[in-house]
Write a protein that binds this ligand. Structure first.
Ligand code: PMP
Length: 428
């Protein structure tokens, strides 16, 4: 085993971390183990994972059921190509996803990451429009404040003005944007905003292939929640103009918002839907884009005769096997009761912070708790202050937020609250 100091030295010499500058200019903690909701650092410190490894580790780490699913699959095969071959883990997963997702989504394209599943969803939309005799429809529309991943099309539907990928504005395809949805989850529908969504679609109907949004929760674009009713408005107006509706449920799927999928809050079925992150309980990288038969048929009967995508690691059996185990585990439990328990615990822990100096707003939905400050967070100070309380957080912009593993105990949620309070206090 390499000593922690040496690991850190080598990391600083060679390893690039997400969104970071070149190696050596960021200072990660060295993590040596993870079990349940707890990360153990190489220096022996234990941190409750307030981030669920970016929404994914819903069952926590080293869950015996998920560990066994991987071991069992390893004993059969770890990977085979998916072109011309199929296998039980992938078929079972596709069938389960069709059963669980909103009505009409019948066909599953397995991808290797969330961003790729959004690329695939966009390809589906463009190929669908070509197949339907409308090849000029190549643009996407969305609302501002969204986030859909780090590859090309996902970046193009992130806010071009000040969004995460504003660096590429002018280079990326030019998409169509409405303002971000106003209010919160429980706020009433604002008629003038609803009208602006309708206008956006109507004005660009002849050039739009699809509208793509994160339903109910905008994640990395600002951790904002909105009234699910806006999704019904988008459904109605897109259907009227033959424009596809794509839901990106990569962060929201598998119970996180209190519904199995966020679309369920609205009772709306999109034409294409992306899932990822918690799909494998955070064990392995896997995502999927699902679509309706109408979409699949137009693609298959159109030019090329198929969807123009086929990654080497498509349908990886280990990832599919652990996804099947994770979904089965979730469904065997009172996941809804647990997520509502998280909502209660996070509300009790975070609501008092709304009185803290520098706090603009506290909001909680399902297993997501957000503290928005009135200025950008000093990430190093926030992370260190939370770590001193035994909590792992990864704030960004003006947001200190958490989405803990569903297995977190009430005491662990209370501790996450103390970690966030310390991170806020450290900004003073
Ligand atoms: N869409 C949403 C809503 C996301 O939160 C993310 C991940 N942050 C992605 C897409 C991209 O997924 P991945 O990081 O697996 O490529």
């Amino acid at each position: 085993m390499t000593a922690p100091d040496e690991l850190l030295r080598l990391d600083r010499a060679h390893v690039w971390h997400p969104y970071g500058p070149m190696p050596g200019r960021s200072e990660p903690f060295v993590v040596s183990e993870a079990a349940g909701a707890v990360l153990t650092l190489a220096d022996g410190r234990e941190l409750i994972d307030g981030m669920s490894s970016w929404w994914s580790a819903i069952h926590g780490y080293r869950h015996p059921v998920l560990d066994e699913a991987v071991r069992d699959q390893l004993g059969r095969m770890s990977h085979v190509m998916f072109g011309g071959l199929t296998h039980e883990p992938a078929v079972t997963l596709a069938r389960t996803l069709v059963e669980l997702t909103p009505d009409g989504l019948e066909h599953v394209f397995l991808c290797d990451s969330g961003s790729v599943s959004v690329e695939v969803a966009v390809k589906m939309a463009l190929q669908y429009q070509r197949g339907a005799g409308r090849p000029e429809r190549q643009r996407l529309a969305t609302w501002r404040g969204g986030y859909h991943g780090d590859t090309w099309h996902p970046m193009s539907v992130t806010d071009p003005d000040g969004g995460m990928h504003a660096l590429w504005t002018g280079v990326l395809p030019r998409q169509v944007f409405a303002p971000p949805p106003p209010g919160g989850f429980g706020s009433p529908i604002e008629g003038s905003y609803a009208d602006s969504l309708v206008r956006m679609v109507e004005e660009h109907a002849d050039e739009l292939a699809a509208v793509i949004v994160e339903p109910v929760v905008q994640g990395a674009g600002g951790m904002r929640f909105h009234n699910p009713g806006y999704l019904r408005i988008l459904r109605e107006i897109t259907a009227r103009h033959g424009i596809l509706l794509i839901f990106d449920e990569i962060a929201t799927g598998f119970g996180r918002t209190g519904a199995f999928f966020a679309a369920d809050h609205a009772g709306v079925a999109p034409d294409v839907m992306c899932v990822g992150k918690a799909l494998t309980g955070g064990y392995l990288t896997l995502a999927a884009a699902l679509c309706t038969t109408e979409v699949a048929r137009a693609i298959s009967d159109g030019e090329g005769g198929g969807l123009a995508h086929g990654p080497t690691f498509m349908g990886n059996p280990l990832a599919c096997a652990v996804a099947n185990a994770s979904i089965a585990l979730l469904r065997s439990q009172d996941w809804s009761g647990r997520v509502h328990g998280l909502e209660k615990g996070l509300t009790a822990a975070l609501e008092p912070l709304s009185g803290f100096a520098g706090v603009r707003e506290v909001r909680v939905l399902g297993g997501i708790g957000v503290v928005q400050l009135d200025r950008p967070v000093d990430m190093r100070k926030a992370t260190d202050a939370a770590a001193r309380e035994g909590v792992w957080l990864r704030p960004f912009r003006d947001l200190i937020y958490t989405m803990p593993p569903y297995v977190s105990t009430d005491a662990q949620i209370a501790r996450i609250g103390r970690g966030i309070a310390a991170a806020v206090a450290a900004q003073a």
